[in-house]
Design a protein around this ligand. Structure first.
Ligand SMILES: [Zn+2]
Ligand SMILES: [Zn+2]
Length: 428
């Protein structure tokens, strides 16, 4: 039975569950594992389950709320479940164990390891953040987070001292909610990687890297124009993730359930149709970054043993800069007016042709798993159905011609009707 902790902390805005546990551990001078135990979160074999990042079961939500002096609603905002309705890829994933983690990455759902903004971790100057650090933000676990709009910078991926990725174990330790969870005495913003050698090359297997991740770091080399474009897209993504009172006015458009599926499907198409798709990259440097990402993905595939599955083929780029470059290019492909079908068809069809002729074997399976809006489905459909016929499968996407009146019967299976194109608002 969980008992209230002697002292607790109110969650910071957008703080994640592992982030709050790290701050509680620092405040109470205990290890994160001990805090989890005191809060009733220790599960089977004393593990701190990675799945808790997605959602806490009701009994554990209750226990954690009692221990940490919080309301159960506050506890629920610490897990990715609060993005589930806004971010469709989160819908069906589990994050528990390396296989599920790889599957979650493939679906563009979420990752246990995370990018971070050093300035956010440094805190906002308030007393509580000066003492216990700023927030590890929940949305940094989503692959569509690549920049911090508050600090106008790209997220950092790794520790500047040891190059380790936060919460990505370098050894055989199973990836859980918090890496090296039994280690106490670290600030929440300190690197929890084991440093295997010191500067002189001597092995020091037990020492922590412990570098502070909340110190100023060199910013990515981008032109002001590229950076502005990446930040603008991130701001739009954030508005879709966290629809607040400012983004959803009574008269304005409602949340667009096709936004993320289309953005992700367009990003996959950009990769499959590279280099023909390079012309949609807003600058030569951004195209070069996508090129770099594709080259390293190809290297990873080449290094696979026969029979091993290429898990990373569809995963979002792990580097925030490369991911931002890919998404901003995908956004240019989709164009500003998603309902302008003829423009979209003109842009998408040549890429679909390039993608289908180059990757006939796996593209159908991959696209079958993907969700997208009727607009993108229409732009892709002739190629998709052509492929399915060629491959001997029945067409999986039923799409009306652009001239027909749109009804719910025409929405392809597993895709989302865009706001404004629902049957109730269609001009019958
Ligand atoms: Zn920031
Ligand atoms: Zn480090």
């Amino acid at each position: 039975m969980a008992r209230p902790l002697a002292r607790s902390l109110a969650p910071l805005t957008e703080e994640s569950l592992p982030g709050l546990i790290l701050r509680l551990a620092h405040r109470l001078e205990r290890s994160p594992a001990r805090i989890a135990e005191l809060c009733g979160l220790n599960g089977h074999q004393n593990r701190l389950s990675a799945h808790y990042l997605m959602a806490l079961p009701d009994d554990l939500t209750q226990a954690f709320a009692i221990s940490s002096h919080l309301h159960t609603d506050e506890v629920r905002t610490l897990t990715l479940s609060c993005f589930a309705s806004a971010y469709p890829p989160l819908g069906s994933v589990r994050l528990d164990g390396s296989r599920n983690t790889a599957a979650a990455r493939k679906m563009w759902a979420a990752g246990l390891s995370r990018s971070y903004c050093p300035a956010c971790l440094a805190g906002d100057g308030s007393t509580v953040q000066n003492l216990y650090g700023g927030p590890w933000r929940l949305r940094w676990h989503l692959p569509v987070s690549f920049a911090c709009t508050a600090h106008h910078r790209l997220l950092a991926r790794s520790c500047p001292q040891c190059d380790g990725t936060p919460n990505q174990p370098a050894n055989t330790e199973r990836q859980g909610l918090i890496t090296q969870r039994t280690t106490s005495g670290l600030h929440p913003a300190q690197c929890r990687h084991l440093a295997t050698s010191d500067g002189a090359g001597q092995r020091r297997p037990a020492a922590m890297c412990a570098a502070r991740l909340d110190r100023p770091q060199a910013a990515a080399i981008l032109s002001g124009c590229d950076l502005r474009q990446l930040i603008a897209l991130q701001a739009r993504i954030d508005r879709h993730l966290l629809p607040g009172p400012h983004s959803l006015t009574v008269t304005g458009p409602g949340p667009d359930p096709g936004f993320f599926p289309d953005l992700i499907a367009a990003a996959q198409l950009i990769r499959l149709a590279w280099p023909e798709s390079a012309r949609f990259a807003p600058s030569a440097l951004l195209a070069e970054l996508i090129d770099r990402h594709l080259a390293s993905a190809a290297e990873q595939r080449a290094a696979l043993a026969p029979g091993q599955h290429a898990r990373h083929t569809w995963a979002a780029p792990t580097d925030p800069l490369e991911c931002g470059a890919l998404l901003v290019t995908a956004d240019c492909l989709l164009g500003e007016n998603a309902s302008d079908d003829s423009g979209l068809v003109e842009r998408v069809q040549p890429l679909a042709v390039a993608a289908f002729t180059r990757h006939p074997a796996n593209i159908g399976a991959a696209l079958r798993r993907m969700d997208f809006s009727p607009h993108l489905a229409r732009a892709l459909a002739p190629r998709l159905n052509g492929f399915y016929r060629a491959g001997g499968h029945r067409p999986a996407v039923r799409v009306p011609s652009r001239h027909s009146t749109f009804s719910i019967d025409h929405v392809p299976a597993r895709s989302f009707p865009r706001s404004g194109s629902s049957p109730t608002s269609a001009p019958f």
